[in-house]
Design a protein around this ligand. Structure first.
Ligand SMILES: Nc1nc2c(c(=O)[nH]1)N[C@H]1C(S)=C(S)[C@@H](COP(=O)(O)O)O[C@H]1N2
Ligand SMILES: [Mo]
Length: 364
């Protein structure tokens, strides 16, 4: 029986072996890697629902079908002869922050680290849809991957529908390269979709099929999985663009097991990154007293060449011996700041609760 809802962990229930199995397959960004503008290969987070499919680029082809005048079939070589395009984009999984929800929806147990920034390159999507002659009545465009599995009793190919207005954005691209090299298997080789600003679930990997629909797509990943609802049975709202978030590179040095941070007393420059998929980040604030007071951080100027890439921030802190919690929060041009109290939902989606970094400052 499929409910589409994540099971909610019981009071005090620890992370189970099923969640651990997901966590070891789907790794996050080590937060110290926030130091790079573009995440070094291998440190970008990975999220794969089923298995990485076996695809031979030599006999792989992309179908463009559905409500189009001229269905297309293109090999990788066909695609690579088309106009080129590239974009530096910060991707974040919609489940980022799930394991911090109380109670915890049981699924991939991300804390904060399901994020990364890459230079994606390939060819723009819109000209391909126009060449196929998409119907003027088009509503959604469905992107299907070669990976196959079962989720809450529903067997499926991974498929996501995207509103046609988003699919026709000039910056949506079909990417065959990441950071200047062929896509690695875990990131969708030979071809994936990149729609800047949207949470990760929209960035379909191992793409084999693009289908134009004249009505809304009702597949599992749109209608059931990626929803924001608090009540069982409530269809809720779809997960779409990335909410604002700032993260801090944890300062000082960690305890191996607890990850608690130790920082020598004195001047410390706190640094990190901030992003939003909805509107430019307008402010980053830091609290060094556990959230009692907030001060503005220095935010790097927006780079018009990379509107959907994270921006760096820094904050000068004078650390005094003792224990404290460091917090950071971003606000974007919609006016919305990250919440300091959780805004819970059943699927554990889009939890942009502020990061809290407990620190012990060592007297020197
Ligand atoms: N075909 C396919 N595409 C997919 C997924 C998947 O399981 N299958 N996972 C999605 C999710 S939930 C996320 S967060 C991103 C992760 O992209 P990455 O692994 O390249 O970081 O891929 C998306 N694209
Ligand atoms: Mo995701």
């Amino acid at each position: 029986m499929s409910t589409g809802h994540a099971r909610i962990a019981g009071p005090g229930e620890g992370i189970g072996l099923d969640e651990l199995a997901l966590a070891t397959r789907n790794h996050g960004l080590p937060l110290e890697a926030l130091r790079w503008d573009v995440t070094p290969p291998g440190l970008h987070y990975v999220l794969t629902h089923y298995d990485i499919p076996a695809l031979d680029p030599a006999d792989w082809a992309l179908q463009v079908t559905g409500a189009v005048e001229r269905p297309l079939q293109l090999t990788l070589a066909d695609l690579q002869r088309r106009a080129g395009a590239a974009a530096r984009v910060t991707l974040e999984c919609a489940g980022n922050g799930r394991a911090r929800f109380e109670p915890r929806p049981v699924s991939q147990p991300w804390l904060l680290e399901a994020v990364g920034t890459a230079e994606w390159s390939g060819t723009p999507l819109a000209p391909l849809l126009h060449e196929a002659g998409l119907s003027p009545d088009a509503v959604d465009v469905v992107f299907t991957g070669a990976d196959h599995g079962v989720e809450r009793g529903v067997e499926q190919d991974y498929a996501r529908g995207l509103p046609v207005t988003e699919a026709l954005r000039p910056d949506a691209l079909l990417a065959w390269a990441m950071d200047g090299a062929a896509l690695p298997p875990q990131h969708g080789a030979p071809l994936r979709l990149v729609v800047p600003g949207w949470y990760g679930m929209a960035q379909v990997k191992w793409l084999t099929r693009i289908e134009v629909l004249t009505e809304p797509f009702t597949g599992y990943q749109n209608a059931t999985a990626y929803r924001i609802a608090t009540e069982a049975g409530d269809p809720g709202d779809p997960v779409t663009r990335i909410r604002p978030r700032a993260l801090m590179s944890p300062p000082g040095f960690p305890d191996f097991m607890t990850r608690e941070r130790f920082v020598p007393a004195g001047p410390v420059t706190l640094t990190g990154r901030a992003w939003s998929g909805r509107a430019p980040v307008t402010a980053v604030e830091v609290s060094t007293d556990g959230g009692a007071s907030w001060s503005g951080a220095e935010l790097a100027a927006a780079d018009p060449a990379h509107p959907f890439a994270w921006r760096s921030w820094s904050f000068a802190w004078t650390a005094e011996a003792g224990s404290t919690d460091l917090l950071v929060r971003a606000t974007d041009a919609t006016g919305e700041a990250q919440p300091v109290e959780q805004r819970w939902n059943r699927q554990g989606m889009a939890n942009n609760l502020v990061q809290r970094v407990p620190v012990t400052v060592l007297a020197r």
